[in-house]
Design a protein around this ligand. Structure first.
Ligand code: BG6
Length: 516
């Protein structure tokens, strides 16, 4: 049941690209959940907008089948029937301005039908190819659907999906196009990672406790690792899109740099959109390459055939819709630094890839070792113990799956000797909280409807992130840095391991049994 202080007021929600995969897989399921939990009231029309001709009933039935499956339980069915009453479909040619005049009238009619409050905000969710964003905004402008006076500007909220640009220049052009007709407070650039409960917890954990924050700086931290690993490859014909993007654009430039900002930023003076985004922006401005040559701080690689979860997996170049000679990276590892008083000199290692051994996203903060080894350290497997190098303390924030936080430290091994053994203290979301963790899109859609932009990316952040990765893209595209290969089902190429081992460090490899 909803928290009354967060229930959305009357709002119309128009989804452009309503025939697409995102609408059926994420957006409508999220709105349906919000309606079930009474966050979305019955006076909010949800209008799917796409090119194909379709009746309301066809649209509703398609979505019902994809969301509820063949044999839904009676409660879900009742909830769906209720939600379907506010679900409509409108055929629109996105590049034809005249269609927007008709869309405006159509929206007004359905607002009247549902008794939506006069002057209620309208959300335009652009779940379309970025090449259509400009057409959509022109159309809205042509039909007079963009309030221009400051006082009412918040009555229109335009949500844009990634990819937001292909490189710095195209992101700048896209941004110019949007801001030529919209005000910044009307644009919601979505990064679904920010909607994840455990990503939001990074800030709560850091600034809601006093235990750890005093340690998170150059005096105590040896290095920080951020891993976004996926075991999937190019299922569902995704190779066509992916081959125009690659791991750097698809995940590192957005999701991973956002994680880096949250773990690296200073405490904001207030927990509000502007203050939080200002602090994230400072991290991006202080971001530096970890070495002189691109090939030393940014490694790219592509998967070759291998075994993932003991199942054979084809090479990337053999995937559907991928050109057989593609040089697109499916893995990237980076060594970067944040040049400010808190973090100067601390290496941040980032890695992401497809067809790695498992799906896991985590942030690992490794502290410096004690200055003197007074005790020997042992690691044991059952009764069998080996003397090993001293192990540093580690704080691990696991974002997904099996959302958890754990702390590795050393303790005396029982017995007559003075030996220490690394042990872990765990906090597991599932064990502590019974309530369901809301899906990222539920949270983000509710925030747009409520007009809260805290978890959305501001234009300066986005351009700064592109500015950082642009030289790497240029260098790779000019062919000057080699492409490595790794067998599917492994943690990436040896070059990524070398990047750390040269300084005596290594990647943390999560134990697969902990993730099941
Ligand atoms: C998307 C990328 O933005 O994020 C996908 O386009 C990737 O390639 C996905 O699989 C990962 O998101 P999540 O929520 O599954 O970690």
């Amino acid at each position: 049941m909803s928290d009354p202080s967060l229930v959305a007021g009357d709002t119309s929600i128009l989804i452009f690209g309503a025939s697409g995969d995102l609408t059926a897989r994420k957006l409508i399921p999220a709105l349906f959940q919000l309606s079930r939990q009474q966050y979305l009231n019955k006076r909010c029309p949800v209008i799917g907008v796409a090119r194909r001709e379709k009746s309301h009933e066809e649209f509703r039935n398609e979505l019902k089948a994809s969301i509820l499956g063949d044999s839904p339980d009676p409660d879900s069915l009742t909830a769906w029937e209720q939600f379907a009453k506010q679900l409509f479909y409108r055929q629109v040619d996105i590049s034809n301005p005249d269609d927007y005049v008709a869309l405006n009238n159509f929206t007004a009619e359905h607002e009247e039908q549902l008794k939506t409050a006069a002057g209620a905000p309208r959300v335009m969710y652009l779940a379309t190819a970025p090449s259509l964003f400009d057409d959509a905004v022109r159309g809205l402008h042509f039909a007079g659907m963009i309030p221009t006076d400051r006082k009412n500007s918040d009555r229109l909220r335009v949500v844009v999906e990634k990819p937001f640009g292909h490189d710095l220049a195209s992101a700048e052009i896209l941004n110019e196009q949007l801001i030529s007709r919209l005000q910044e407070n009307q644009i919601y650039r979505i990064d679904h990672y920010l909607g994840k409960e455990t990503v939001q917890n990074i800030l709560m954990f850091r600034f809601g406790n006093t235990f750890f924050e005093p340690l998170l700086n150059r005096n105590h931290v040896d290095n920080v690792q951020i891993t976004v690993a996926e075991s999937i490859g190019m299922e569902g014909g995704r190779g066509g899109y992916y081959d125009t993007s690659g791991a750097l654009r698809d995940v590192l430039q957005n999701h991973m740099l956002q994680l880096l900002c949250l773990i690296g930023m200073e405490p904001p003076a207030l927990f509000q959109a502007r203050e939080i985004r200002d602090e994230k922006m400072k991290v991006l401005q202080a971001l530096r390459p970890g070495a002189a040559a691109v090939s030393e701080w940014a490694i790219r690689a592509q998967y070759a055939e291998g075994l993932v979860s003991k199942q054979p997996a084809v090479a990337y170049r053999e995937e559907e819709r991928v050109p057989p000679k593609s040089n697109r990276e499916t893995f990237v590892a980076m060594h970067v630094g944040i040049d400010n008083w808190r973090w100067a000199g601390v290496p941040f290692y980032l890695r992401t890839g497809k067809r790695l051994p498992t799906r896991v996203t985590e942030i690992v903060i490794t502290l410096k070792k004690p200055p003197l080894n007074l005790f020997s350290t042992v690691e044991c497997d059952g009764e069998l113990c080996n003397i090993v190098e001293a192990r540093p303390n580690q704080l691990v924030l696991r974002i997904q799956p099996k959302e958890s936080i754990f702390l590795r430290f050393s303790t005396k091994r029982p017995g007559m000797q003075y030996q220490v053994q690394p042990v872990a203290m765990d906090f597991d979301y599932e064990d502590h909280f019974t309530s369901h963790l809301p899906e990222a899109y539920e949270r983000l859609l509710l925030d747009v409807i409520r007009g809260d932009s805290t978890l959305f990316t501001r234009s300066d952040e986005l351009l700064e992130a592109w500015k950082f990765v642009d030289p790497v893209l240029k260098s790779w595209e000019s062919g000057s840095a080699g492409l490595e290969f790794y067998p599917a089902g492994t943690w990436g190429p040896t070059a990524a391991d070398r990047m750390l081992s040269e300084s005596g460090r290594r990647w943390r490899e999560p134990k697969l049994k902990d993730l099941q």
